[in-house]
Design a protein around this ligand. Structure first.
Ligand code: UD2
Ligand code: MN
Length: 490
């Protein structure tokens, strides 16, 4: 009896010792995982150098997940320290003190943001670490997939494009960047030709590709993706700045589930003075309204994560900045190559991901700044219609602008001979109700007349309907005949 008890005790002691001491057993590993760098309890156990990796990660400690996968702290402490010491124009993401001479219209004309200010700020400028404090102690898989970073550009400014590339090179673990692919969408500005090639020759991981005609951002991204060799494809706009440790949190989510498309939090680089700030409201997710206008809306409290630094799901992405498993991107069919120049592609890819069994997440510990421009500086080639100039909405009113950027005013007519004016949309039909008829006239039920542009002074008037008059013939592109028929039935 006593011998049996002794045996039992020995066995229990052995199991306990294993739990406490063995590096790969759950409890101990989980405990260590929670210890921030340098705290007691984190040291002394299972310290394994990350072999064969970039010099900056060599002294890092390795941690283990319950299932034996190793975790590590990917922060590049040396570079963080160096960044913290930087002083000068725009350093630490501070606003550049603009002079009146720099505030002129000319500074914005070519890029939609102040290029004079951009030129005065270092290509290697430091940014404030505005992540949630919990991000500092987060560890990610030691073995992460690498990524090709695809940056499409059309007539981008020199310093804004280069700062994008520098920020990526400065703030990404080199072993995770398979290549940076700059894809030129038929720019005509001189600095983007030989000078760019000469400059990028200094960076072996950077390649430059060029489209043979103006393709628009969607096909330009696709061209980049088609040559990419990395496990993952990460898309960025050509006027971004990657912030501290932005890449590992993205790749970690994809490594755990290859059907997850991940987006960094997009911070705002001011188009005037280049200060770096978070977007208004943090617990927000992607959405869109009836005009397909992208917006961010608050996450209801009951759906918010206990830890605000944890990844959360988002129905639609903003569009420009995301990472996706390369093979999964092609399994989804990439983008629809029929999408022109700008816009709409974020819905296409977002819907496909959700419908094909994938998921989309925003990653609070990954932050990338983006210059939201004052206005769009580039031209849209003649003959290309960016969706339609006017939108015939589901409320049966007509609004100027493409569906994503319609203004909130509508075509309005008060009588059978009055001019057609723009008036705040009231969504109550009446004077704003229009019918697009098979004979290609635009019929206004309230007045019983049609839209006519026959006036020599280029105004649009209401007139007695006459389908044989060319000035009453309206061309609608990309209409859905089923929907239109339903509209016109009553
Ligand atoms: C947003 C997205 C953008 C894209 C766009 C269209 C963010 C931060 N930005 O507007 O990535 O999804 O919505 O839906 O989410 N470009 C070309 N060829 C062109 C036009 C643009 O290569 O004909 C490049 C351009 O240089 C830039 C990228 O495509 O790198 C996106 O264009 P944008 O910056 O004008 O779009 P943005 O930020 O206004
Ligand atoms: Mn952009």
């Amino acid at each position: 009896m006593r011998r049996k008890e002794k045996r039992l005790l020995q066995a229990v002691a052995l199991v306990l010792a294993a739990l406490v001491l063995l590096p790969n057993v759950g409890l101990w590993a989980l405990y260590r995982e929670r210890q921030p760098d340098g705290t007691p309890g984190g040291s002394g156990a299972a310290v394994v150098p990350a072999a064969g990796q970039g010099s900056h990660s060599r002294q890092k400690k390795t941690f283990f997940l319950g299932d034996g996968q190793k975790l590590k702290d990917w922060h590049d402490k040396d570079s963080i320290r160096r960044d913290a010491q930087r002083v000068g124009n725009g350093e630490q993401g501070r606003p550049y003190p603009m002079t009146d001479a720099e505030r002129v219209d000319q500074a914005y004309r070519e890029n939609g943001f102040n290029i004079y200010v951009s030129d005065k700020i270092s290509l290697n400028r430091s940014l404030p670490d505005i992540r949630h404090p919990n991000c500092n102690s987060k560890r990610y898989l030691e073995t992460l997939p690498n990524t090709s970073i695809i940056i499409p550009f059309h007539n981008e400014g020199w310093s804004s494009l280069l700062r994008t590339v520098h920020s990526v090179l400065n703030r990404s673990p080199p072993e995770l960047v398979a290549e940076i692919v700059l894809v030129d969408d038929f720019s005509d500005r001189e600095h983007l030709k030989k000078p760019l090639e000469d400059y990028m020759a200094l960076f072996p991981s950077v390649r430059i590709l060029r489209t043979k005609k103006r393709e628009g951002l969607i096909r330009t991204r696709m061209l980049g993706a088609s040559v990419a060799t990395g496990d993952v494809i990460t898309f960025l706009d050509s006027h971004c700045e990657a912030n501290v440790n932005w890449l590992p949190p993205l790749l970690d989510r994809i490594a755990r589930n290859r059907k997850t498309i991940v987006c960094p939090m997009i911070d705002v680089i001011d188009h005037d003075d280049f200060r770096y700030e978070t977007q208004a409201g943090d617990a927000m997710r992607g959405a869109f309204d009836w005009e397909m206008y992208y917006k961010r809306i608050p996450i209801p409290p009951e759906l918010q994560k206990a830890d605000p630094s944890d990844p959360f799901e988002s129905p639609v992405m903003a569009g420009g900045l995301f990472a996706v498993d390369r093979k999964w991107f092609w399994e989804l069919g990439g983008y629809d190559p029929g999408l022109e120049i700008w816009g709409g592609e974020q819905y296409e890819i977002s819907f496909k991901v959700w419908m094909c069994g994938g998921r989309m997440e925003d990653i609070p510990c990954s932050r990338v700044g983006h210059i939201y421009r004052k206005y769009v500086p580039y031209k849209v080639p003649a003959g290309v219609s960016l969706a339609r100039v006017f939108t015939f909405t589901w409320r049966e009113d007509i609004r100027p602008g493409d569906p994503q950027h319609t203004k909130k005013f509508c075509f309005d007519a008060i009588s059978h001979t009055s001019p057609v004016t723009l008036y705040d949309c009231h969504s109550m039909k009446g004077n704003q109700l229009w019918k697009y008829r098979k004979d290609k006239t635009l019929y206004h039920p309230v007045s019983g007349s049609c839209m006519d542009c026959s006036e020599s002074d280029h105004r649009i008037f209401m007139n007695t309907c006459n389908p044989s008059s060319v000035t009453q013939q309206w061309l609608f592109e990309h209409t859905n005949s089923t929907v239109l028929e339903k509209f016109n039935r009553n």
